[in-house]
Design a protein around this ligand. Sequence first.
Ligand SMILES: Cc1cc2nc3c(=O)[nH]c(=O)nc-3n(C[C@H](O)[C@H](O)[C@H](O)COP(=O)(O)O)c2cc1C
Length: 201
Amino acid sequence: MTVHKIAILVGSLRKDSINRKIARSIASQASERFHSEIVEIGNLPLYNEDIDAAPPAEYRAFREKISGVDGVLFCTPEYNRGLPGVLKNAIDVGSRPYGASVWDKKPAAVVSASPGAIGGFGANHQLRQLCVFLNMPMMQQPEAYLGGITGDKFDADGLLADGPLKDFVGKIAKAFADWVDVIVRARTEIAEDGAHAAKGR
Ligand SMILES: Cc1cc2nc3c(=O)[nH]c(=O)nc-3n(C[C@H](O)[C@H](O)[C@H](O)COP(=O)(O)O)c2cc1C
């Protein structure tokens, strides 16, 4: 079984972020299926086309990191029924220069978590909408709007404690690993078919 490389982007900069803990819990439950890294986004200067004329080191490092992965997992809170600015900024940075977006064709999934009842549904779907334009094949199911998430769901290591939520997160991790596998295989087959066709010409 292929072990894929996954970037996890967390839409919260808070030290005690529940979304970061969910991200770590997903990673720990899928370590046999993918190697993941939380890619930090808090250091990225606000996107500005003027400074991108000579891209700062932070932009370059971020783009390089995302270019090198097979898939992207977003774990995000909802801010005012939308996605947090820090995450939108990272997406904007990765989308440029025009025609060289690092997001193109990368399989993705969105998990949103909130202490509130609707689990960040608004942010989750806003992010899904951006991914349509960014041409990121999005895992459709299971949808992951994790509501009622408070500190007591986590153990002393900051990972989800045993229970139904941990089980559900395990299902998300497995489904995402399968999804990345499907998309990566399809892309490889298409590229190989293209190469054979070119040889036969
Ligand atoms: C600016 C701001 C706006 C927020 N808006 C929402 C919201 O629209 N919906 C929601 O469920 N929670 C909202 N919250 C509460 C967050 O869900 C809560 O702070 C959560 O713990 C943030 O995620 P984190 O723990 O990963 O940082 C908001 C919090 C902040 C700071």
